[in-house]
Design a protein around this ligand. Structure first.
Ligand SMILES: C[S@@+](CC[C@H](N)C(=O)[O-])C[C@H]1O[C@@H](n2cnc3c(N)ncnc32)[C@H](O)[C@@H]1O
Length: 192
């Protein structure tokens, strides 16, 4: 099932709304990460820069064939070989990856899904001990040029509560601002 309100505007506009290096630095996405998962890669806005920073394979999923095609084109043009790109409904069908095999799961602009606890739970199941779920989402405390309706847009405290509800994820600190329009959260898997 496609996540509600997860359609994309034109790529140039979408990508004018992020400071990508700042987002990745703010979340500690670097060569300490071996393998990782990206849920809903969209145009590949973050796929290429994340793949270039980590040591292992980035498993990137999207439900939309057009998004997979756009991301694939970008990977080929960028000569990026460490991404496994798959068209898949990860909400309905899961990831098809071994449990406890990943260092990070990226949930970027996707946690306004209908059942966020279930998505956090399935993401946590992919993590090795010490692994992290890395979240970004649109701020609600300022007027933003894009983002899901405020009625379904999760605030940091809400996401932390959902994470606690999974029983296996804990926020390492409060949210950090990722200018201009986003916040970020790091959720650690704490079950051995
Ligand atoms: C708002 S976009 C964010 C894209 C990317 N994460 C970013 O921040 O640039 C959400 C993406 O998730 C994809 N998506 C929605 N539901 C999905 C599902 N059930 N399984 C996999 N991908 C999904 C959409 O097709 C869309 O490309």
């Amino acid at each position: 099932m496609k996540v509600r309100d997860s359609g994309m505007p034109e790529p140039e506009y979408w990508e004018s709304l992020f400071e990508i290096d700042g987002v990745l630095a703010g979340l500690g996405i670097d060569d300490r990460i071996n393998d990782a998962v990206e849920v809903g890669c969209g145009y590949g806005t973050f796929t290429v820069p994340v793949a270039k920073r980590i040591r292992g394979t980035l498993h990137s999923f999207d439900i939309e064939p057009a998004m997979i095609a756009a991301a694939r084109d970008r990977l080929e043009r960028g000569g990026v070989a460490n991404v496994a790109l798959r068209e898949r409904d990860v909400i309905a069908d899961g990831f098809g990856l071994p449990p406890r095999s990943m260092d990070a799961v990226l949930l970027f602009n996707i946690l306004h899904t209908e059942d966020p606890v279930a998505l956090l739970q399935s993401s946590a199941g992919l993590l090795r001990s010490g692994g992290r779920v890395l979240v970004i989402h649109w701020r609600s405390d300022v007027k933003t040029p894009r983002g899901p309706d405020l009625s379904i847009r999760p605030k940091p405290d809400q996401i932390i509560a959902w994470a606690n509800h999974t029983g296996s994820l804990t926020a390492d600190s409060s949210a950090r601002m990722l200018p201009p329009w986003h916040f970020g959260l790091t959720l650690h898997r704490h079950v051995p």
